[in-house]
Design a protein around this ligand. Structure first.
Ligand SMILES: NC(=O)c1ccc[n+]([C@@H]2O[C@H](COP(=O)([O-])OP(=O)(O)OC[C@H]3O[C@@H](n4cnc5c(N)ncnc54)[C@H](O)[C@@H]3O)[C@@H](O)[C@H]2O)c1
Length: 426
């Protein structure tokens, strides 16, 4: 019989902060693949309500609610004692999900000006990082000690955030007509805790590598939860898929990371946000326009300062490319750009040897890549270059001059080595 790599039958999972928005969804995913879930939250009523609803849907005994404050060691020890000694179960999967996550909501919301860095109090700071950072430490320590004691295999999954990988774009939280020092911001505590969780994940992944305990992180991006319309619009604009995540869209990743399907994976952070940074810098900049069906690979940076970056329909940009624009970078339709390509839309002047280059004039003529072309991996294209339609540039080339339509060019400095047959047909 074919083994189901995602099967969680007989496994017991402990989910923290499971009385909120996503915790019940993580629980659902695990139960659907056969696990039983201990649903914990410091709001006991929420844990009970969520477990009840899970039992109604999936059958009695699918979920057990327990009160647990992840920042209180005695509360954690009590839960561990109940699971191991009263229930006679043991924990195979731990999801560290609890966090203080100040959110934009319709009406007031719980993002407040006191979340601003300038006046943040020590109490706010401590409270902000407590559940995510200290809670992840305490619960992981308690659970992995039990796994080691019983010699059982285990999985720890830490829920970080896209804001554990990139900085929050505070423009998302701005309100028109509100003075600067009263604007709401996503607090530094959230970033600090979420970045730290990824560090802990990497540390523990290696620490337990030979002990059959895998530790990974999942970093979701914003989940739609009836947010105010203007916020949804602003956030959707900077997400390549053009929308926030649906609440069910992390379930697949949860099952993958908690099951044998990811058995050779530890210390990793799975980012579900496409991982690219779009940064339209500057006060007078309205740049970066992206056409339909554009694919932008992970860790790509599109950075725009006083210029425009335009990507036509069906452009495919592989991972780790960087596109910088000081005037215009125009990439036509159906363009294929391999990994690590670099488009430098701007240049420094070095005319005066007595002045540091950094302090001399900058200028930019822009870059234009016409439709249908292909840049191989590690291609660098300099400012002012025009690459004609359907041209192919070999891997590692440095393109300092214009390339005509249908040309095949390669090298550093680039030379035209051939012409594509398509030219005859065109
Ligand atoms: N919702 C999103 O868009 C989103 C995006 C990225 C990451 N995340 C992360 O996913 C996780 C879940 O997010 P959510 O939207 O469900 O948050 P949520 O605020 O709805 O739920 C968090 C839960 O944690 C509980 N909690 C807080 N402090 C606790 C403590 N000390 N002990 C025990 N429980 C405690 C709360 O009672 C709440 O039920 C969080 O770690 C969050 O940072 C969420």
């Amino acid at each position: 019989m074919k083994k189901n790599l995602f099967d969680l039958t007989g496994k017991v999972a402990l989910v923290t902060g499971a009385g909120g928005l996503l915790g019940p969804k993580h629980s659902e995913a695990l139960i659907e693949y056969g696990a039983k879930v201990i649903v914990t939250d410091w709001h006991e009523d929420r844990a009970i309500a969520k477990a009840q609803s899970l039992n109604e849907t999936y059958g009695e005994g699918s979920a057990y609610p327990l009160h647990m404050n992840v920042t209180d060691k005695s509360s954690i020890d009590k839960v561990i004692d109940i699971i191991y000694n009263e229930f006679g179960l043991r924990v195979d999967i731990l999801i560290n999900n609890a966090a203080k996550d100040p959110k934009v909501k319709k009406g007031e919301g719980n993002l407040k000006p006191d979340s601003r860095f300038e006046g943040m109090t020590m109490d706010y700071w401590n409270e902000g990082i407590d559940a995510a950072l200290n809670g992840t430490f305490l619960v992981t320590q308690a659970v992995t000690n039990k796994m080691l004691e019983y010699g059982t295999e285990g999985v720890v999954l830490n829920i970080s955030s896209d804001l554990g990988v990139i900085a929050p774009d505070q423009r998302l939280y701005r309100k028109e007509g509100v003075p600067e020092d009263e604007q709401n911001v996503k607090p530094i505590t959230y970033s600090a805790a979420k970045w730290a969780i990824i560090g802990m994940t990497k540390y523990l992944g290696v620490y337990f590598a030979k002990k059959n305990i895998r530790v990974n992180a999942l970093s979701p991006t914003g989940v739609y939860n009836n947010h105010p319309e203007d916020f949804v619009k602003k956030l959707s604009n900077i997400i390549p898929m053009g929308r926030m995540a649906d609440i069910n869209e992390y379930k697949g990743a949860i099952v993958f990371l908690c099951s044998d399907a990811s058995s050779y994976m530890t210390g990793e952070n799975v980012v579900i946000d496409d991982g690219c940074v779009l940064d339209a810098k500057g006060s007078d900049n309205e740049g970066i326009r992206i056409g339909d069906g554009v694919f932008i690979g992970r860790n790509t940076i599109l950075n725009c300062k006083n210029g425009d970056i335009f990507l036509g329909n069906n452009v495919n940009i592989s991972s780790n490319c960087m596109i910088f624009s000081a005037s215009e970078v125009h990439i036509g339709n159906d363009y294929l750009m391999a990994a690590y390509s670099y488009l430098v839309g701007g240049t420094h002047h070095a005319d005066d040897p007595t002045i540091p280059v950094l302090h001399q004039k900058r200028s930019s003529r822009g870059i234009r890549l016409e439709s249908g072309g292909w840049l191989g991996a590690h291609v660098t294209v300099f400012d002012g270059v025009h690459i004609g339609k359907n041209a192919v540039i070999g891997a590692g080339s440095v393109v300092h001059r214009n390339i005509p339509d249908y040309a095949i060019a390669a090298g550093n400095p680039v030379t035209i080595v051939n012409k594509r047959k398509g030219e005859k047909n065109s």
